[in-house]
Design a binder for this molecule. Structure first.
Ligand SMILES: [Zn+2]
Length: 282
């Protein structure tokens, strides 16, 4: 299914709330416990001890917020973060969108939700409420997708400030697919382009080279071709270069002989943080 202008340019998307009733779908996500460090993990970090202990859900936020003071004191005794965090929706960007400095977000990229949640518990302790175990329902998905579409089509993703550049976000994740679709729609629809612009992906300065020469850097370019994943991707060879797409001036595509010097395929931007020690959620 190919996304069209109507998927983005409609009142439901353009008025989508973030957070919605289901929590934050994208950032900036405020951290109500900025700088809070869970004492056991903090001590291990300071002492250089490895492996570091993970922050447990109970340490991230206790189960007693909003209840009576006796239970609250019990909660304090578990060394949980002092203030209740905010809720992250299960439909989210896959990028760590926790605000780390006045609107600048963390930017680490995750393909697996448990890895992302563990990272946030460990490195932004108390920022998020522990997730509910309720399954994702249709309304959550719709609210989340609308909010992320709005984030992309209004340029929020393109212009967001991150401590660690997230590139395209998770490969073939919602950010990636929506930004690619919006750029394709903008190339073919001047009215859409006039309203929303032509660029929706992020363009890390050190990762895009108009000369075609690839630079090695911490963030690979966001436009490596992926076979058959998205026919919208404008790396597909038969299309002549669009005059308006400055970054695409690669000359006339040649018949592939295997030795044309075309850009090598390699894994794309996201470098998911993998981790094998995910603790059991309580
Ligand atoms: Zn983070």
């Amino acid at each position: 299914m190919s996304l069209t202008r109507a998927d983005f340019d409609n009142p439901t998307v353009l008025n989508a709330a973030n957070p919605s009733a289901y929590g934050y779908h994208h950032g900036p996500i405020p951290n109500n416990n900025p700088g809070y460090r869970e004492p056991l993990r903090a001590a291990a970090i300071d002492a250089g001890t490895r492996p570091l202990p993970n922050v447990t859900p109970a340490q991230n936020n206790g189960p007693y917020w909003g209840q009576d003071s006796a239970k609250h004191m019990l909660n304090m005794s578990t060394l949980a973060a002092p203030i209740a965090g905010v809720r992250l929706s299960t439909i989210n960007t896959g990028v760590c969108d926790i605000d780390v400095n006045a609107g600048q977000m963390c930017g680490q990229v995750f393909t697996a939700q448990p890895s992302k949640l563990r990272h946030i518990r460990n490195d932004h302790t108390g920022a998020l409420l522990n997730p509910s175990t309720v399954n994702v329902t249709g309304p959550v998905q719709v609210a989340g997708e609308n909010a992320i579409k709005r984030f992309v089509v209004t340029g929020g993703w393109r212009d967001a400030r991150y401590l660690s550049e997230p590139g395209t976000g998770p490969t073939n994740g919602r950010l990636d697919l929506y930004a690619t679709a919006c750029e394709r729609i903008a190339r073919n629809d001047p009215e859409f382009a006039a309203m929303f612009g032509t660029q929706f992906h992020r363009r890390p300065i050190d990762a895009v080279s108009l000369s075609g020469k690839r630079k090695r850097g911490p963030t690979p370019p966001p436009f490596n071709p992926l076979p058959d994943q998205d026919k919208d991707r404008d790396d597909s060879p038969p299309k002549p270069p669009s005059p308006s797409a400055g970054r695409k001036s690669r000359g006339t595509p040649k018949k592939s002989t295997g030795t044309t010097g075309s850009r090598p395929s390699r894994p794309r931007a996201s470098k998911p943080t993998e981790d094998v020690t995910f603790p059991k959620l309580v």
